[in-house]
Design a protein around this ligand. Structure first.
Ligand code: SDX
Length: 428
């Protein structure tokens, strides 16, 4: 629904391009015909001013610190919903009825097992392999076992593949942890919730029954909700780009996992806790804040700053509150939380962070909670990938089912040598 034109004057010519208004957020200038009419490209490395697609899944207002999933504020979903319900919402567009939620949860539960032959994949990794290396490999390998859900032109196969990915991530992630600590794998237990099942597969042992602590289950489920989807972030864009070539969904999600691993993205939760532990006590914070401000020092405050949020990341607000709930439930404390709170307070009083609008993001406090629950830092990004799989899958489905979808193929500004003749080696 273009409601007005954008006029571009270049090379002495004037060109009109339609603008399109979304349901909320900035209008877009439709430049799909720009190259054909002006012979020019736009230039936007990092896509800071580029809308790569149309989507109805998630909306972020970075200035206001607002995050909506299908219109519902993240704070309300985190407090009142469940990860299974949010997964249904992202995939289907509406909150489910009780029967719909029960059926969806049952479907997911009955896809949590993975082909038993896949256990052997783990044996190929070193015990100290990073869990994200294992996740990339094992998730990509799913396409070798589930051929009956790789035909992306078949909506039913897309649905089964989506359910399989959401359902199997907890098993794959839990087994990555078990493998790293040399403990036997536990199979899924269908009598447990999605999140309770994951906790048991991760921390349970065959020698005794595992008791899911309700407060921990609730906190973990909330953490999954907070990581479920987030517009066209780097890993989601990776999944969409991979999917645009017609690659099967398992390969696309494996590509998303690889991208998420980076410390500028999902790897920041691991890096943030490592940073907080390196800082140690609050008296050392000023030194690290000065390092973060120093242009000549590559150090950055991990868990701080965001491409879109120029206000407090609403997920960090919920995360900070959840730290206290988990500490109380487990009757634990961790001085690193006080360091994190003090670091946030001091950074937000510093002109550098204020002027650049750098606030804590989803990764700043999550590691404190995950560490208190018992996860090693190397598992933090694997947990992010576990939760983000529903977002990746929902975005992939949205793209694949768009009849106008085409393969993504950006152009470039070429600054290399112009055409020249080959010089035989004897004449160089
Ligand atoms: C996630 O996109 C998403 O939605 C991602 C995510 C999701 O749910 O999918 O929200 C998850 O990835 C959260 C972000 C996790 N990453 C970190 O916490 C790593 C630390 N933060 C950054 O490296 C950085 O803030 C980014 C990568 C998150 C955003 O980088 P941008 O948008 O490209 O901004 P920038 O690097 O251009 O920074 C702008 C300025 C720069 O200074 P100047 O060159 O203008 O002088 O702010 C500075 C930066 O040096 N800056 C920081 C900083 N982040 C930005 N300085 C110190 N510490 C930081 N953390």
């Amino acid at each position: 629904m273009a409601d007005k034109q954008a006029e571009l004057e270049v090379g002495g010519e004037t060109y009109d391009f339609p603008t399109i208004q979304g349901s909320v957020g900035p209008d877009v200038i439709d430049i799909r015909k720009l190259y054909g009419t002006t012979g020019r490209f736009t230039y936007d490395p990092g896509y800071k001013s580029t809308a790569s697609c149309e989507s109805a899944l998630t909306y972020i207002d970075g200035d206001e610190g607002v995050l909506l999933h299908r219109g519902y504020p993240i704070g309300q979903l985190a407090e009142q919903s469940s990860f299974m319900e949010v997964s249904y919402l992202l995939l289907n567009g509406e909150l489910p009825s009780k029967d719909e939620l029960d059926e969806f949860s049952h479907t997911i539960t009955y896809h949590t097992m993975i082909h038993d032959q896949m256990r052997q994949f783990y044996q190929g990794f070193r015990r100290d392999a990073h869990p994200m290396a294992i996740m990339c490999g094992v998730v990509g390998a799913l396409s070798a076992f589930y051929h009956d859900s790789t035909d992306i032109s078949d909506p039913e196969q897309r649905k089964i593949a989506s359910h399989r990915l959401i359902a199997k991530m907890p098993t794959i992630a839990a087994w990555a942890y078990k493998y790293s600590v040399g403990q036997p794998f536990l199979y899924p237990n269908n009598s447990l919730s999605y999140t309770g099942n994951f906790l048991r597969m991760t921390f349970g042992v065959p020698a005794e029954d595992y008791e899911v602590v309700p407060a921990v289950e609730k906190a973990m489920d909330r953490i999954f909700i907070l990581h479920a989807d987030h517009e066209q972030n780097a890993s989601t864009s990776t999944v969409r780009l991979a999917g645009s070539s017609g690659a099967n969904p398992f390969a696309c999600i494996s590509a998303g996992i690889a991208c998420l691993w980076g410390p500028a993205h999902g790897g920041a939760n691991e890096a943030a806790l490592n940073m907080l532990r390196e800082i140690g006590t609050p008296d050392r914070i000023p030194h690290y804040i000065e390092r973060a401000k120093d242009k000549n020092d590559p150090f950055r405050l991990m868990g701080f700053g965001h491409r879109v949020y120029k206000n407090y990341d609403p997920r960090a607000t919920v995360m900070q509150k959840t730290v206290r709930e988990v500490f109380d439930a487990l009757n634990v404390s961790d001085p690193v939380f006080e360091t994190a709170l003090r670091l946030e307070e001091m950074a937000l009083q510093d002109d550098y962070f204020v002027e650049k609008k750098l606030f804590p993001n989803v990764d700043f406090y999550s590691g404190v909670i995950l560490s208190a629950i018992g996860f090693p830092t190397t598992m933090f990004t694997a947990l992010f990938a576990l939760a983000r799989t529903v977002g990746w899958v929902a975005q992939w489905n949205e793209m694949i089912s768009d009849p106008d979808q085409v393969i993504g193929r950006p152009r470039q500004l070429y600054t290399g040598p112009t055409a020249r003749d080959y010089v035989p080696i004897g004449q160089r």
